[in-house]
Design a protein around this ligand. Structure first.
Ligand SMILES: Cc1cc2nc3c(=O)[nH]c(=O)nc-3n(C[C@H](O)[C@H](O)[C@H](O)COP(=O)(O)OP(=O)(O)OC[C@H]3O[C@@H](n4cnc5c(N)ncnc54)[C@H](O)[C@@H]3O)c2cc1C
Length: 396
């Protein structure tokens, strides 16, 4: 049935959904678009915070990936086990056939783990980035009479840098509403000097001031080493008590990519061209959290959906141009018209009081990356809600 090209997209998350939809809207039906994901649903990470807040249920946040089928995008639920870019072949766990492609887009995100910290799982640490943990975490917070809630960032990079701080604001609100805030401390531990190492001085000062206003205790340069039944041990030899422990897990490259030939020496993530997201293999692109685009020695483009989406737009424009080319002249003209990833992004930081701050960033600014945190408002909070609903409507 399909006489044209086959485009395989690995991962039906933020980047994969954005690119598959753009491609389907711009390529005629002779070209096949396939999305492979091990999960059968999409759920935006930011909904974890709404579940914590009590505004959303876990089940209402999951949207079936099979909805892609009605759009003319083939969806296969399976685990990708082999990516062979030399033979242009993908293998999955349950499908015996190989998948051959003309274009490959890798959007497999980051793998997350909490068991790298001894005692974390054993002593029932909650993983803030695992939606399945959140309903139970919420119950536990609401039933705590007194004590300390600890939030520990296990390593850098991690996705959505403001998310752990948003969680502290939401917890603060939950405890105030329950009239228990005076009896419960909220402690946030992070391995860096400042809360948002990807941002400059001013947004960090603004964030610190918002956190201090809510009496949230900040512990910079605290790397979690071990969890015991009642206390946490850190690399700097300090010990701290906790009643409830929440972790931001370690992030690492999905294992299937380590053996793909795409991982270069001394890199932890896939290296790509910063404007085109091309890998070193022809017609193979990587977007989103699997990539690392270094801006300087300290800063890389953060792992966030908004960047995965910007990168998806760039790669889509390149694939569409290549497929729709008719003449050599057209090829040259179209090459000049491709969308280049511009390093720009934004997000809304929930401050727990029905308001959100607006974080605006430009990582490719010629004088160095810029990040601005705009004062929290009800308007930005509404925009945060629309951010999710618009995308779900568009993609699924
Ligand atoms: C609490 C929280 C709040 C956040 N808030 C925001 C926000 O406000 N704004 C924002 O822009 N970003 C936010 N993010 C970050 C955002 O969710 C990620 O950066 C984004 O999802 C990355 O997109 P991606 O396409 O690279 O990967 P993902 O969306 O993670 O998608 C990867 C997909 O690949 C699949 N996969 C992985 N390995 C395999 C395999 N071997 N076989 C088959 N399938 C596989 C996974 O199942 C997954 O569906 C937040 C994240 C969290 C956790």
């Amino acid at each position: 049935m399909y006489m044209g090209k086959k485009i395989i997209i690995l991962g039906g998350g933020f980047g994969g959904l954005c690119i598959s939809n753009i491609l389907r809207q711009n390529l005629d039906i002779t070209h096949e678009i396939i999305v492979i994901d091990k999960k059968d649903y999409f759920m935006m990470g930011l909904t974890n915070l709404w579940i914590l807040d009590g505004q959303r249920s876990l089940e209402d946040s999951k949207i079936p990936l099979s909805n892609l089928e009605s759009k003319g995008i083939k969806y296969i639920q399976d685990i990708v086990t082999v990516i062979d870019v030399k033979s242009k072949i993908i293998k999955t766990l349950r499908h015996l056939d190989l998948f051959k492609y003309d274009f490959l887009v890798i959007a497999l995100g980051a793998e997350l783990a909490t068991d790298v910290i001894p005692g974390f799982d054993e002593y029932s640490g909650f993983n803030l980035y695992d939606a399945e943990h959140i309903p139970c975490l919420r119950k536990k917070i609401l039933s705590l009479e007194k004590g300390r809630i600890a939030i520990a960032i296990m390593g850098i990079p991690y996705k959505c840098p403001p998310a752990p701080y948003e969680a502290t604001f939401i917890i603060d609100k939950l405890l105030r509403n329950a009239n228990r805030r005076e009896k419960i401390e909220i402690d946030i531990y992070f391995p860096s000097k400042v809360p948002l190492p990807v941002a400059g001085q001013q947004p960090n000062l603004d964030l610190i001031s918002l956190l201090k206003k809510q009496n949230i205790n900040l512990f910079p340069n605290f790397s979690l080493k071990k969890v015991n039944s009642h206390y946490l041990q850190f690399d700097n030899k300090q010990k701290k008590e906790y009643s409830i422990l929440i972790g931001i897990p370690f992030h690492f490259l999905p294992p299937v990519l380590s053996t793909s030939g795409l991982l270069e020496k001394e890199h932890n993530w896939i290296a790509v061209d910063k404007f085109t997201l091309k890998t070193k293999f022809n017609n193979v692109f990587a977007i989103g959290d699997v990539t690392e685009i270094k801006i300087n020695d300290v800063v890389s483009v953060p792992k966030a959906g908004i960047f995965a989406e910007g990168q998806a737009r760039s790669v889509a424009s390149q694939i569409i141009n290549k497929i729709n080319i008719i003449t050599k002249e057209e090829e040259e003209e179209k090459e000049n018209n491709i969308i280049k990833f511009d390093g720009k992004g934004f997000c809304f930081m929930d401050t727990g009081n029905g308001k959100a701050g607006f974080i605006d960033t430009n990582f490719y600014n010629s004088d160095g990356p810029i990040t601005i945190l705009k004062e929290p408002s009800i308007q930005y909070y509404k925009q945060k809600i629309n951010f999710e609903s618009q995308r779900i409507k568009e993609w699924l």
